[in-house]
Structure formats: C-alpha cells, structure tokens
Design a protein around this ligand. Structure first.
Ligand SMILES: [Zn+2]
Length: 438
C-alpha cells in the first residue's frame, strides 16, 4: 500500500510563512522535501474552491503556475502527483478580485445545478481545463462533494456518475497513463436539502448524513459497471475511524462500512481501491479547538493502519494543511509500512530524529502527555476510546518548566521540522496549554 497526502492549501492562517495558501514554488519545493523525507510517496492537490474558475488575474495566474510546477517537482523527488477534480464546481466570486480563503467564502458561491442552464457542461469543462493544467499528473480523483453536489431535489447520484464518466472519457484520450478515481467523499451532498444541513456538533441531523453517506455510496457502487473499467474507487472510511462520525451511533448500531468482503469483491472485479482518510493527520479549522496546534494521536493512527492492512487498498491518502503535524505525518507513514510497530517505538523514532540527546527524555514525556490528552481522543465515543499510554511519574509542572529551554535541545537541521525548533516548541506549548484548559 502506497502512502500519500493531500496538501490542502485553501485555509488562511498566521504566520503566513507557515501557511500554504500564500506560498509560491520556492516554499513548495521545501515542503515537498519535507514530505519526501517523512516517507510520503504521493502528493495530491486541488484547485481551491474560490479559485475554481478560469484564471485571469496576474496573481491568479502566478498561483496556478506555481502549483502546476508541483507535477514536475514531485516527480523530481520520486513522488507521484495526483490532482483532485470537483463535481459541479464553478466559482462565481468577483472576477476582478483575488478570492479569499475558504473560511471567507460560501459553498453556494462556488456550485450550481448541473441540470439548469447548461450547468453540467460548464462545470465539467472547467474540470477538464484543470486536468489539462496538471497534464502529467499520475492520477485524477473526481470528488462527489464537499464542496460540490446539488441539493435541488432533482439531482442525485446519477449526476455525480455523469461527472465521473465525463472525466474518465477525456482523460482516456488526453492523458491515458493517468489513473482515474471516483471518490465518494460527501456523496450525500447530492440529496435534496429541504431541512437545512446540520451545523452544530450536537445536531441530530449529522446521524442522518452519516447514514446517507453509506446509502448514497451504495447507490453509486450499484451502477459501477457503467463506469469505465479503469476507474478506481476511493473510500473516505468515515465509519471506520472518525469520532465525529462514530459518536452519533451507539456501539451496537455502528456500521462497519465498507466491509472487507465488499472491498475484496471490488478488488476481484478489477477496481483499484484507495483509502482517502481525511483528518487523521490534521484537523481542519471547522473543528474549533483542534485546529492549528500540534496534535499527537499515534494510538489512533496505528489502529487505522492496522485496519487498512486487512483490505486490498492500493494506496492510502492522508492530509496536511501545514507542516505543523510533523509527528503525526511521520507516524502515519511508519504505521502504514509497519502497522505492528508500537506507539512507543514510533514516538522514540521521531524523538531521536528531531531532538539532541539532552532533550530526548523530556520531549518523549511531553509527547506521551499530549497523546493521552489529544482532542481526537475526546471526539471518540467512549466505546471507541483506546487505553492511554503509561505515564507514571509524569508531572505537568515539570514538563511546562522544561519547555522553556527545550528549543536549544532540538536539532536545528532536522529535515522533519520544516518550521524549525522554535516554532515546533511553540506548537508544543500551545498544545500543552490546550490540554490544560480542557
Ligand atoms: Zn440540481
């Protein structure tokens, strides 16, 4: 199983030098070096949603050109490059203004109805334009939604299948070496949105949405034989590992979907399979207090990788929004390759890579402490929570004290710390403060 990451660059945050939204090619070259060193074999990107339109502004063209260069820059580092194509995306933000980050725009400004006024052709052609911009990519993934989809009540999964078919056909002609994936992420966005969508984390409508993710994916799979034989299927696996999904189910209700039998059957029928497990390496800003600080969730990364190893996936795609999650990224690639490694072994491996001998014991203890208090753990329903790591003798006041001098005990040249020792220790401090504030 190959290991990749989706390098999402749609969110804005400070400091800007750490934020991919603002980067040009030089910054991306360093980022790719960091990813490669961490063990990543595939890099994936997407034209961000406000920018999902034909570019005309100088800064828009510059941005696109830098990202086009990622195809060659990834190949030069012996990594594959994949590009995401949306279904039903067309940014209608003012054409004379550079679009803001994703937190400052609305989905309705970037989607339309494919059944109305030539919408399908307009949005599908735009996807083809971006496929051409990223000529030479090793794969293209056609996403069902988030953003995308249409809740008009007439559109359904058949419209998503139409986008898959459309892109598979032109890619077979224009870029025949590229693999095509249908990713059923957020496929329930193709249902009628009559009652409004779930907003707060306590909203019962989330349960329906998770159930619908399965039901709509099953609808898509039932008609899969109509898709060209080379189209692979990418599964988000929400019900396998995400607390945000699982917490809406009692233990005896939680479905295990897709089942291993289903995956094996698809594999036998010649469909390549991809695990597209977003949020496991890093949470997005919509998850409030989980965003922007160092996250340590090796127990859950290990558990997921052990599950993935049971199924015939060709690859797994994690996610990064920044270089702040050096530890989770390192652990993700290690556990994919060696799912039986212990959490302590992988933690030690990371600590040896980034800390000088004098700082190793303290850093290890700090990371154990954070692992046991990571918000990902709190997000899980009780019945899915994993036992804490042993921490006999750990005292938080001593950890806090030790943090003051820790940056001098971190290697300045560690390829795993793209943002350097001071910024790494800054995120450690933030994570410690977060764990203390509950
Ligand atoms: Zn529609």
């Amino acid at each position: 199983m190959k290991v990749g990451v989706y390098i999402h660059d749609g969110f804005t945050f400070e400091p800007r030098e750490e934020c991919p939204y603002y980067w040009g090619l030089d910054e991306y070259e360093r980022y790719l070096d960091w990813l490669r060193y961490a063990g990543v074999e595939i890099v994936e990107a997407c034209q961000q949603l406000g920018w999902y339109r034909y570019p005309t502004l100088p800064q828009e063209l510059d941005r696109l050109r830098a990202r086009q260069s990622l195809v060659g820059a990834s190949h030069a580092r012996d990594m594959a490059y994949w590009q995401i194509l949306g279904a039903n995306l067309n940014s209608r933000l003012p054409v004379d203004q550079a679009p803001p980050g994703q937190l400052d725009i609305r989905e309705s400004d970037c989607t339309e109805c494919p059944l109305e006024d030539g919408g399908f052709l307009r949005t599908a052609e735009l996807g083809r334009y971006f496929a051409r911009c990223f000529r030479g990519a090793d794969a293209f993934e056609v996403f069902a939604g988030d953003w995308g989809g249409c809740g008009c009540g007439r559109c359904g999964v058949d419209q998503y299948a139409r986008y898959v078919q459309y892109h598979a056909e032109h890619l077979a002609q224009e870029q025949p070496a590229a693999q095509v994936w249908a990713n059923v992420w957020s496929i329930s966005s193709w249902q009628k949105r009559s009652e409004g969508s779930a907003q707060s984390f306590g909203d019962d409508r989330w349960r329906k949405m998770w159930d619908d993710e399965i039901a709509f994916s099953q609808q898509f799979l039932a008609a899969l034989d109509e898709a060209p034989p080379n189209v692979g299927v990418a599964f988000p696996l929400h019900h396998w590992y995400r607390g945000f999904c699982q917490r809406w189910y009692r233990e005896d209700e939680l479905p295990f979907w897709p089942t291993i039998e289903l995956l094996e059957d698809l594999h036998r029928r010649g469909r390549p399979l991809l695990a597209w497990t977003h949020f496991i390496v890093e949470n997005d800003p919509y998850h409030g207090r989980l965003w922007g600080t160092l996250s340590v969730r090796l127990r859950y990364l290990r558990q997921l990788c052990q599950m993935l190893a049971q199924a015939p996936f060709a690859a797994v795609m994690g996610n990064v929004y920044s270089a702040r999650q050096a530890l989770n990224l390192y652990a993700f690639t290690r556990f994919v390759r060696q799912p039986e490694s212990s959490v302590e072994q992988v933690l030690s491996g990371f600590v040896d890579e980034v800390a000088l001998p004098a700082g190793r014991a303290l850093l290890f203890d700090l990371l154990v402490y954070l692992e046991n208090r990571d918000p990902w753990h709190d997000d899980m329903p009780e019945y899915r929570r994993l036992p804490a790591l042993p921490e006999a003798g750990l005292r938080v006041d001593q950890l806090r004290q030790g943090l003051d001098g820790l940056a001098t005990q971190i290697r300045r040249d560690s390829p795993l710390l793209l943002n350097g020792p001071d910024n790494f220790v800054r995120t450690l401090s933030e994570a410690l403060a977060l764990s203390e504030s509950g």
